[in-house]
Design a protein around this ligand. Structure first.
Ligand code: EPZ
Length: 427
């Protein structure tokens, strides 16, 4: 298995591109199932999760064509075409690898009237049920049966518009409901919809394909079902979590980094909290420039649905706060087990105490490099950020977690002057 070796202590400086958003791409790709015409996505990031999603769609009969990508390109242009759906089953072996596979359920139901999807099971950060997805699809007229670890959803007479009120906010359930509703007969209203920018990106793509959606970006979406959708060409939004992650990397090393293509508008509370912590973020003609005024300042923050501070930035912020001048209190309210980076950061000399859903992070003078283990995608990035500032060498094992969500991470960090390389474990 690959590992990443970092010799810390170098100030990062220079400019790197921000890639297309993983969590937008993983919803936009299944949208291709909604039409038999080609959907071309630009700025699609080269990520393991995007490849997994492509394989799943291929199994359903979707052709995927990558337009002439040069090896040093960031992002790709990919045309997906669901000319004919040849299967409506998303099998366990692929769903267990990537939970976002469940996002084929809504579009398959809308297009074919059937979706047989393995229940995703839990993952490292929590048990992650899909009850909210199923209730929404039932409200649209689907019959749901659970058998042998699979969900079988059927709507032989098609879906019909309904009023869906989510009892709690769910990104994926909102996306499944939205994609199911665009071809339903009649009007659907989704209340308490998640407002993550990736959902607005999906909605804008669906509108480009001929869907009728209003309230985009708000917690109340109204969808007027149409008979069919047509193809489109759509550019994936920049990744706000990758932006926040590299901002933490720049700040922890006291560097000066320009994030080309970064979009301030979609960052929400990420920016507010980082600026509270002493990070300085300035607009440039090409994106955002990140520096640090002087010392890092402690923050008190709880993760929350957008526009609150994102759970996907919690581990990266914690790494930054290990060197702040004072004590930070970071509370994780979305997932039940998203502090697995803590023991690894402590092994690097951080002073962190977890009590229930909160972590008290007392700033220390320095971190020490150490061999550490990645456990999930964002925890891995947290360890890389810490390793960039630590004295000595840090080796992060199981970096396949990183490859799920960060496009060519070590190349981007090398371009900023980091002493970082990817090796195989037995090196
Ligand atoms: C999306 O996951 C993201 N993944 C996650 O990013 C992100 O952490 C999460 O939203 C929250 O922002 C993608 O977009 C592919 P949820 P999702 O449904 O849709 C509970 C990353 O690192 N819930 O908003 O699965 C759930 O257990 C990944 O890029 C139910 O109880 O998140 C969680 O506690 C990790 N029942 C909370 O809601 C349901 O039916 C929020 O989950 C669905 C969710």
């Amino acid at each position: 298995m690959d590992q990443i070796r970092i010799r810390g202590g170098r100030r990062l400086s220079g400019r790197i591109p921000i890639s297309g958003a993983k969590n937008a791409a993983l919803a936009l790709m299944p949208a291709a199932l909604l039409t038999d015409e080609p959907l071309t996505l630009r700025n699609l990031p080269r990520l393991a999760d995007v490849d997994t999603c492509s394989h799943l769609l291929n199994q359903l009969g979707v052709s995927t064509h990558v337009h002439g990508a040069r090896p040093d390109d960031f992002g790709r242009v990919v045309t997906l075409r669901a000319g004919r759906i040849t299967s409506t089953t998303a099998a366990y072996d692929i769903v267990r690898k990537m939970r976002a596979s469940v996002l084929v359920m809504g579009p398959l139901l809308a297009r074919e009237g059937e979706a047989i999807v393995s229940r995703p099971g839990g993952c490292a950060i929590g048990n992650r049920p899909i009850d909210l997805h199923l209730k929404a699809l039932e409200a649209l007229g689907a019959r749901i049966e659970l058998e042998g670890g699979y969900v079988r959803a059927r709507a032989p007479q098609g879906l019909r518009g309904a009023r869906i009120v989510f009892p709690s906010v769910s990104v994926g359930a909102t996306e499944n409901a939205l994609m199911a509703a665009v071809l339903a007969k009649g009007t659907t209203v989704i209340e308490n919809a998640a407002r993550e920018p990736e959902i607005a990106d999906l909605a804008r793509c669906l509108v480009a394909m001929g869907a009728r959606i209003s309230g985009i970006g708000t917690e109340r979406l109204e969808i007027e079902g149409v008979g069919r959708l047509h193809g489109a060409t759509f550019r994936v939004m920049p990744d706000r979590i990758e932006t926040g992650s590299y901002a933490c990397a720049a700040a922890i090393t006291g560097g000066e980094v320009e994030l080309v293509g970064a979009e301030r508008a979609s960052l929400g509370a990420t920016l507010t909290v980082l600026e509270e912590g002493g990070v300085v973020v300035a607009d440039t003609p090409d994106g955002l420039k990140v520096t640090r005024a002087d010392g890092l300042r402690p923050v008190t923050v709880a993760t929350a649905p957008y526009p609150g501070f994102p759970t996907d930035m919690q581990a990266q912020l914690m790494a930054l706060m290990t060197l702040a001048e004072g004590a930070s209190l970071i509370t994780e309210t979305i997932f039940e087990n998203r502090f697995m980076h803590v023991p690894e950061l402590v092994r690097m000399g951080a002073d962190i105490t977890v009590k229930g859903r909160s972590a008290m992070v007392r700033g220390v003078d320095r971190l020490m490099g150490a061999p550490v283990m990645a456990t999930d995608l964002r925890a891995s990035m947290s360890l890389v950020i810490a390793g960039l500032a630590a004295r000595g060498e840090t080796v992060v094992r199981r970096v396949y977690h990183l490859d799920r969500g960060y496009e060519r991470l070590e190349e981007k960090l090398q371009a900023l002057g980091a002493d970082i390389e990817r090796t195989s474990e037995d090196d």
